[in-house]
Ligand binder design. Structure first.
Ligand code: CU
Length: 120
């Protein structure tokens, strides 16, 4: 009987861990959008997730033309939206940019991904 109870507790824990309520932070949209070709260089990048994010535990790496890393300021919170983070951008020269984000959701899990945009 004790073994059976342990087994069902384990099964419950497993199903809780994989239920949508415990999902990680997923990128829902960005500005600039992934794949955007911009006539004017953006002054900031905004990433919007499906759940609140921990700014202090999140990071963004920006890679510009010629695979050169672009030095950026620290990312910031959006005071009106705890599911978003904002990356102020320096003056960007024309070319292709890759944004590699690594974001921690409030559940403590990190997710990462990449978006690209072009400045014409
Ligand atoms: Cu998670």
């Amino acid at each position: 009987m004790k073994n059976l109870l342990t087994l069902s507790t384990l099964a419950l824990a497993t199903s809780l861990a994989t239920s949508p309520a415990f999902a990680h932070a997923k990128l829902q949209s960005s500005n600039p959008a992934d794949g955007a070709a911009l006539a004017t260089a953006p002054t900031e990048l905004r990433l919007k997730y499906n759940e609140p994010v921990e700014i202090a535990m999140s990071s963004i790496k920006l890679i510009g033309p010629g695979n050169a890393a672009v030095v950026t300021d620290k990312i910031a919170a959006d005071p009106r939206d705890d599911k978003a983070l904002v990356q102020p951008l320096p003056k960007l020269a024309p070319g292709e940019y890759r944004v590699q984000w690594n974001t921690m959701g409030r559940d403590g899990h990190h997710t990462k991904g990449e978006i690209r945009f072009t400045v014409k």
